[in-house]
Design a protein around this ligand. Structure first.
Ligand code: BGC
Length: 752
């Protein structure tokens, strides 16, 4: 069979590459399409359904799934069964923990050799992995902050950097497909995957998501330093009513379009290659079985023509959990009819067998199968896998290089968000005695969070040697004298300190394992603050957490609070340099930090959310607002002017603002522009972020920041589910400055 492949490659090497846009139906048949068409004619049904099958690496290894024999190794009989007999097209994951890049090379080489040299049609396997904040499953890889920390930088360039470095190091591990970024919107603090998101606002999320995709896929996805991105989890995953993972959501179409869809739509327009489906049910229908979402919206409206993969075991769940199908076969029919291309099976061999039977019995058409197989083969072609099925780690000298580590360090530093700083408690002056304690103070795993070396990220056995915890990073410094203790009871005796730094928050978790019944920080952690209060030392709380845990009882006893999110392997030094003043914090909250366990209102809430029990307008009272973040310097805003643009919005409004560093040290400021809509046919939010830019200013320096506002920046999703601007009066706001803008139009303006 291999000779067929060689001829095909020979035939189609001439010609242009496919462009990055997904919308190409009208263009002449691309080289990739012609290649795929030809290859398809050589494939029998077994080969085709095999391509649509993705198994986890466990299924190819010695031992049983979720419990492999150590050291992990390929089982040649299983490899033969999966690759030669079932001819599966894709493998994912690691067998429970990461590997050195040399071992990855061995694993991927063995799989590709079996696929290319076996009895099948010689199609390389597409390997996929969750490299979500760096190449998380390769020993020693560079680890960035998790997405929520990247969002807090409000610096899309760093999302690009994270994507670029991750792509390079993932490719150094032989893997060309990354299940990232998460473009679910993080609007519920209880949800255990909040930290995997870019936060609660669609404008921030879209800007960060776009750049991360650009970083992953590069200019050309076939480059050996690019990976295919996978946007997940389409659609409506992130706000379950219960707050618990994979439980029901109810989202009206208008809200879906306004908040949940924009990030996906933008990344699809950019040319993102793949999408993973939401495991949950939305409005009573599991998304894996919903053609309205996976075909009508995704394919017909958004014109996505890339690969759609299920999430973990989700076709099976249609009958075992959701109970919309009576058995596995019925579930497969539903999912294929809804629009999936590849099943992340991933722990049984039945899927391809049953799918084949369904085609042979005429229940699913071969034409439908061909449609999905085409998309899968095309991606393999675009990734260059037919030419280079395995990339070699020796060709990647920058793996974990100083430059990569510096990017991760800069990202961690720029994410640092100073929530409170009474009487300039921070930074800590040189030469002080500093107590550093609390449950998160001496754990690298806590800084990294889930999906780090292992799925849950809790096993320290796989950590990269030499990376520092907060305590170690503080101890390493020469400008302070550090003491510590293991428990809050020992704090007073061990202290006698000028400063008490308490690192509190969460230990790693992901998915359902991170479900909680109570979002409070908990008594055991509060006990540290209780012990610290009244010692005479300044009390500094450092938060290392994936979601905002309630701190309202502890906050009054703290002089300063620094939010570090999940800053990754460089988090220890980044936190230490922020506490000691080398890094001036410029991060801003990408979500609203709730004050009370049941108060989960987002910043862009409605007017009625303000009405309190005393009929005042004080009900919105979070611990900290979305966008909040202090600095060791301060900034003044002046001269906000709308300098040009048409009052009917037929041309863009240019809004400029002068921002001055009025303190005595350099610092970063995030200039955020919000728009308010005075009257609208759908109750308007109290304000809505439309533009932002992070700038650096020397002490005393002024910069003029300009934003161009188009009609879409005044729009919302209207009654007819279309993006609309209604004539009337708007407010344009930066910091405390406001400009009134009256839209002079006789009719609504549709902008979609
Ligand atoms: C998660 C996905 C992930 C997949 C593969 C699932 O359980 O929901 O986000 O990409 O596993 O590991």
């Amino acid at each position: 069979m291999k000779h067929v492949l060689v001829i095909l490659l020979g035939l189609f090497v001439i010609g242009c590459q496919t462009g990055s846009e997904n919308h190409q139906e009208d263009s002449p048949k691309s080289t990739a399409d012609a290649f795929v068409d030809s290859l398809l004619t050589e494939m029998d049904l077994t080969a085709k359904v095999g391509q649509m099958t993705q198994l986890t690496l466990d299924m190819l290894c010695v031992g049983s799934p979720y419990n492999l024999d150590e050291p992990h190794r390929i089982d040649s009989a299983k490899l033969h069964l999966c690759i030669d007999s079932l001819q599966i097209g894709s493998v994912l994951n690691c067998g429970g923990h990461g590997y050195p890049k040399e071992k990855w090379f061995g694993i991927i080489s063995a799989i590709q050799a079996a696929a290319l040299d076996g009895d099948g049609p010689g199609i390389p396997v597409l390997y996929g992995i969750d490299a979500i904040h760096g190449t998380t499953y390769t020993d020693g890889g560079t680890l960035f902050p998790q997405q929520i920390g990247l969002a807090a930088t409000w610096n899309p360039r760093l999302a690009y950097e994270c994507g670029r470095v991750t792509a390079y190091e993932t490719r150094a591990s032989g893997i060309p497909w990354d299940f990232s970024p998460v473009l679910d919107i993080g609007r519920d603090a209880r949800w255990p995957r909040l930290w995997e998101t870019f936060g609660e606002d669609p404008v921030l999320l879209t800007a960060m998501g776009n750049e991360m995709v650009r970083g992953y896929q590069g200019e050309d996805v076939s480059s050996p330093t690019s990976v295919a991105a996978c946007l997940k989890h389409f659609l409506g995953y992130s706000t379950p009513i219960s707050g618990k993972d994979r439980t029901p959501v109810w989202i009206p179409d208008r809200q879906l379009r306004e908040y949940y869809l924009p990030g996906f739509k933008a990344a699809i327009d950019l040319g993102a290659k793949t999408i993973m489906v939401n495991s949950g049910e939305m409005n009573g229908i599991p998304v894996h079985a919903n053609p309205a979402i996976l075909t009508k919206l995704l394919r017909e409206e958004l014109k996505f023509d890339g690969l759609v993969v299920t999430d973990w075991e989700d076709i099976k769940y249609l009958f075992t959990r959701h109970r919309v199908a009576a058995d596995y076969k019925e579930a497969i029919v539903m999912a294929i009819e809804a629009g999936i291309d590849m099943s992340m099976v991933p722990v049984d061999y039945d899927f391809p067998v049953l799918l084949k039977e369904l085609v042979e019995d005429g229940i699913i058409s071969e034409e439908r199968i061909d449609q999905s197989v085409r998309r899968i083969l095309k991606l393999k072609y675009e990734l260059g896998l037919f030419d280079t099925p395995v990339t070699h780690y020796e060709d990647y000298p920058d793996f974990a290089s100083e430059a990569h580590i510096q990017s991760a360090r800069t990202s961690a530093e720029q994410s640092m968000t100073l929530l409170k700083n009474d009487n300039d408690a921070l930074p800590i002056p040189g030469g002080k005695r500093v107590f550093v304690g609390g449950p998160r103070a001496n754990s690298l795993n806590d800084l990294n969070g889930g999906w780090t070396h292992t799925w849950q990220g809790t096993d320290p056995g796989y950590n990269t040697p030499g990376k520092l915890t907060v305590l170690e990073a503080m101890k390493n410094r020469e400008d302070c004298q550090v003491v510590s203790a293991q428990s809050p009871e020992q704090l007073r005796s061990a202290s006698g300190s000028d400063y008490i730094v308490l690192v509190l928050g969460e230990s790693p978790y992901t998915e359902g394992v991170g479900d909680i019944e109570d979002i409070s920080m908990g008594e055991d952690q509060a006990a540290w603050v209780v012990q610290a209060a009244g010692t005479g030392a300044k009390v500094i709380m450092v938060l290392v957490e994936g979601r905002p845990r309630i701190i309202s009882d502890m906050e009054p006893d703290c002089d300063a609070i620094l939010m570090a999110y999940l800053p990754g392997d460089e988090g220890g030094p980044a936190i230490a340099s922020t506490l000691m003043g080398e890094n001036n914090p410029g991060g801003k909250l990408p979500y609203t930090y709730p004050r009370y366990p049941s108060a989960h209102t987002t910043y862009d809430h409605k007017g009625t959310d303000l009405v309190d029990p005393n009929f005042g307008m004080n009900a919105f009272n979070p611990q900290y607002e979305f966008g909040h973040g202090l600095s060791y310097t301060s900034f003044g805003y002046s001269n906000q002017v709308v300098s040009s643009g048409a009052s009917d919005l037929s041309s863009e409004l240019e809004v400029s603002i002068d921002v001055t560093n009025i303190g005595d040290r350099a610092g970063d400021e995030v200039v955020m522009l919000f728009v308010t809509d005075s009257v609208a046919s759908i109750t308007p939010p109290v304000r809505k972020l439309r533009k932002f830019e992070r700038i650096s200013l020397e002490a005393g320096e002024t910069k003029t920041v300009s934003f161009a506002l188009a009609a879409s920046d005044f729009s919302f999703v209207g009654i007819d589910h279309r993006w609309v601007v209604e004539p009337g009066v708007f407010g344009i706001h930066t910091d405390t400055l406001s400009t009134r803008f009256e839209l002079n139009a006789t009719e609504n303006i549709y902008v979609d």
